[in-house]
Design a protein around this ligand. Structure first.
Ligand code: URA
Length: 277
């Protein structure tokens, strides 16, 4: 059996004064498989650090360096937490409420301090992410970064006619423009399953109103690849690194490249993200 190629020794200065984390160790910690398979990713030229193809023996600072595999950002900073919360009705999805109402932040551990990623209306239930990872938040809430969100929507009057379903799918005229194509089905009369990737203010409610139906219950059941039917209202759980990675992978690839935060920051001033998602 052929002996695997030996990893080159780090230079003496580095052995005496190592800085940062071995790249293959960091990749293994972030869910890319064993250290051996991470070494193979590196030698195959599939890993970039700060935009430059990495070589075996590279060290990285996990908090500073931008690591990509196959052009996608390697997720999960070791100091970050990501909660998936099932927001109940009546809980505000901002970090603080001027009216003293309970907020989503009150429902998760106080330390480390986290913030909600986007918003759900006071009267909307369902999944919302909370994190202290500002970069992920910026990306997920930017209007053009559209990760799919799926809602179960109860409407009145029921049922919704086939022509209204078609209008919802193709796009309806709202006061802030026509909505993008959506996936809409009616599993039972008056109950819609709606998947959108825009994040406009009260979008699902306004879409339904545009075709003559009032929403009486709105539940977000999926954010990109994340869903959890067992999470009770008010309950939360931590996302693991593979879930965070799946979330990043669900974003369009140009969103996950290292120059995006700069472009996002510039665009955010002109296109006014709504903070909904
Ligand atoms: N659409 C809405 O109308 N409200 C929400 O909270 C989320 C999506």
């Amino acid at each position: 059996m052929a002996t695997p190629p030996r990893e080159p020794e780090p230079p003496l200065w580095e052995q005496a004064n190592p800085t940062g984390e071995r790249l293959q160790k960091l990749l293994a910690q972030r869910g890319y498989g064993s250290r051996r398979s991470c070494e193979e990713l590196i030698t195959a030229g599939r890993v970039r650090v700060n935009g430059v193809v990495a070589t075996l023996g590279d060290r990285v600072d996990p908090l500073v360096d931008v690591v990509e595999v196959d052009g996608r950002l390697a997720p999960v900073r070791p100091d970050s937490v990501y909660y998936l919360l099932n927001k109940p009705v009546g809980v505000v999805s901002t970090a603080r409420d001027t009216h003293g109402r309970p907020t989503v932040v009150d429902l998760v551990p106080a330390e480390p301090r986290v913030h909600p990623v986007g918003r759900l209306d006071l009267d909307t239930e369902g999944l919302i992410i909370l994190t202290n990872d500002g970069e992920l938040t910026n990306r997920l809430t930017h209007p053009s970064f559209g990760v799919e969100k799926e809602y179960l929507v109860t409407v009145t009057p029921a049922p919704v006619s086939p022509s209204s379903l078609r209008r919802l799918r193709e796009g309806v005229e709202l006061d802030d423009g026509v909505t993008a194509p959506a996936r809409v089905s009616q599993p039972e009369p008056g109950m819609l399953r709606v998947t959108i990737h825009e994040g406009r203010n009260r979008q699902v409610r306004r879409m339904c109103a545009a075709v003559g139906h009032e929403v009486t219950r709105l539940v977000r059941v999926r954010i990109g690849p994340l869903s959890d039917r067992r999470l009770e209202p008010g309950a939360w759980r931590l996302l693991d690194s593979s879930e965070v990675r799946a979330l990043i992978d669900a974003m369009p690839s140009d969103v996950t490249s290292p120059d995006v935060p700069k472009r996002g920051a510039r665009a955010a001033r002109t296109s006014r993200p709504t903070g909904r998602n």
